[in-house]
Design a protein around this ligand. Sequence first.
Ligand SMILES: [Fe+2]
Length: 234
Amino acid sequence: MLRRDFIVRSLLITGGLALGSRALGADADPAPVGAGNAITLPPLPYAEDALAPLISAETVRFHYGKHHQAYVDGVNRLRPGTAFAQASLTEIILKAEQGTLLDQAQQVWNHTFYWHSMRPAGGPAIPTALETQISKDFGSVDAMRKALHSAGMSVFGSGWVWLVYDQERLQIITTANADCPLRDGKAPILVCDVWEHAYYIDHRNKRATHLDAFLDQLVNWDFAAANLAAARPG
Ligand SMILES: [Fe+2]
């Protein structure tokens, strides 16, 4: 079975990226819908001001309420009349040709994954199984943190920095603009949005401060651990 097919199958089996009663899948990847049914903006997993002051309610109001909503609207506007008129987000991400529909679908998925990658008073406690895998693949949690921060800083322009599971190991990758690792058969574990719209209201041009806040005080390591458990073979 191709790695990408495995991920699709896993997503379908687990309902996405398993989180017990807070399964992301139902939000991030709505089941195939009938004609006339629209993909909807998934609910935030916390209140709009829950991440303040690190990420203000104003940032969330624009980032989630305007940007994320616009990507949802884009999918619903572009999908009718295409082969993906009744497809789920994941189907679009895996099968669509390069273009605006693919970009919009990836941005819906990426942003939902980003909101779930954080929680109020997140970090620094990491579940044991995840910490063990991090230490195996990076040497230490601190080494992983530095590598993720450095990778996030290296993104030129707009993009994302991800912790992914691929080839039976954790890896840090970056993607440009809307690109999503699912398309390359990599299992997302955690993501930080490094588009300027993610941090400009709160930190102006200081992306490093945004990454510091994310890594040290916002990461939802339980979410990351659940994603790792779902991605591991057997
Ligand atoms: Fe964003």
